[in-house]
Design a protein around this ligand. Structure first.
Ligand SMILES: NC(=O)c1ccc[n+]([C@@H]2O[C@H](COP(=O)([O-])OP(=O)(O)OC[C@H]3O[C@@H](n4cnc5c(N)ncnc54)[C@H](O)[C@@H]3O)[C@@H](O)[C@H]2O)c1
Length: 356
């Protein structure tokens, strides 16, 4: 089998993981990277020895030999333009969330990908966590009976919240709960969300112009209720610490899932108590990878190599986007928002922005 020719745009935290995973994969031949931070570009050159290492991402898009591009650059406003360029050039695309700022942009990307029969997927990495895969299986095979309610609470460290917060005024729903909205909608398919109510709570991060925590209640078309809380103001526990609690309640059973990462406690004189291996994408621990992003990246490569469907259908990602935009609208107006969204209610400015 001929090896894949892969490009990666933005090789920071996530793009770095995707680049190392790609270079370690027997499915991948030539690897190309684009990174505007010269120090990080040099670091990545040493780490993955790419065929091309450039500061100009358009060089990768213009290269006719590159079959697929992973887009892991920030700020989030460049996701859709980069994906549009890559898809228009006939490349398969894995795009980090959020897939776009406006629904119109998202629709355009889906249309281009479908018209060109390209693999197009969004980085909803949490689907590749084994604990969450068990939830999906337990619902799918009927172990839990009919779903009744879902509760997901996720909090991340303030330092990571601040990193995200400097890139634009996105709400916790857009940047954090998006993973849990995607996961819930995926597990509950073919149900559709019909109603959204959201409230934000302001605290330590108020000065940054963002809420500390956002709660979102989603009602599905058969009455299943989904409650999702997302926050980004925890004190440090580990670099990019994330803690999650999940409850899926069904008519025949319940699945209570602890992903709080309190199972490993590292206590040192220099740093006090820390909870290692607690980041959302996961991390390499010498020869093994702990977390979902390596497997997610491999899945994308396999989807191309073996012509398999991608796990995250961009149409569901678009629905997730509609739900979090509705959540922001609900919190802003202090009202319940019905779905599908009235598009005239959503200027690109409003999409994803929050007001105090
Ligand atoms: N799936 C997950 O669990 C998960 C976790 C964290 C972040 N994310 C998403 O992944 C994306 C990347 O986040 P991150 O934490 O890796 O960010 P990061 O800041 O660590 O990395 C982004 C990189 O993109 C580079 N870059 C910016 N503009 C560029 C351009 N025009 N061309 C080439 N490179 C460019 C930056 O220099 C930086 O190195 C974000 O949009 C975020 O929403 C997903």
């Amino acid at each position: 089998m001929e090896q894949l020719n892969i490009g990666i745009i933005g090789t920071g935290w996530c793009g770095g993981i995707r680049a190392v995973t790609s270079v370690n994969s027997a499915l991948v031949g030539p690897l190309h990277i684009a990174e505007i931070d010269p120090d990080r570009l040099e670091e990545m050159k040493t780490l993955v020895e790419p065929v091309t290492a450039t500061t100009d991402w358009e060089q990768l898009v213009a290269d006719p030999d590159i079959q697929a591009i992973m887009i892991s650059a920030t700020p989030e406003s460049i996701h859709a333009p980069m994906a549009k360029a890559a898809l228009s050039a006939g490349k398969h695309v894995l795009l980090e969330k959020p897939m776009a700022i406006s629904l119109a942009e998202a629709d355009e990307l889906i249309e281009i990908a479908e018209s060109k029969d390209l693999k197009f997927t969004i980085g909803y990495s949490q689907r590749f966590n084994s604990k969450q895969a068990l939830v999906k299986r337990s619902l799918g095979d009927g172990t839990l009976g009919d779903p009744v309610s879902v509760l997901i609470s996720r909090h991340i460290a303030r330092s990571l919240g601040a990193k995200i917060g400097t890139r634009g005024k996105f709400s916790p729903a857009v940047m954090e709960s998006t993973h849990d909205i995607d996961f819930s909608l995926w597990c509950l398919e073919p149900r559709r969300p019909v109603r959204v109510y959201s409230q934000m709570a302001w605290g330590a991060r108020k000065e940054d112009g963002v809420a500390d925590v956002q709660y979102v209640t989603i009602t599905m078309d058969d009455g299943v209720v989904v409650n999702i809380g997302g926050g980004w103001s925890l004190p440090p526990g580990y670099p990019n610490f994330s803690t999650t609690w999940i409850e899926f309640i069904g008519t025949d059973g319940a699945l209570l899932l602890d992903a709080s990462h309190k199972d490993i406690v590292m206590n040192t004189m220099s740093n006090g108590i820390q909870f290692p291996i607690s980041t959302m994408p996961g991390e390499f621990v010498d020869h093994v990878y702990a977390g979902p992003m390596e497997r997610e990246t491999q899945h994308f490569l396999e989807a191309i190599a073996y012509d398999r469907p991608v796990m995250v259908d961009p149409r569901l990602a678009r629905l997730t986007m509609e739900v979090y935009l509705a959540a922001d609208l609900s919190a802003e107006r202090n009202q319940v928002v019905e779905l599908p969204l009235d598009r005239s209610a959503l200027s690109p400015d409003l999409a994803g922005s929050v007001t105090s």
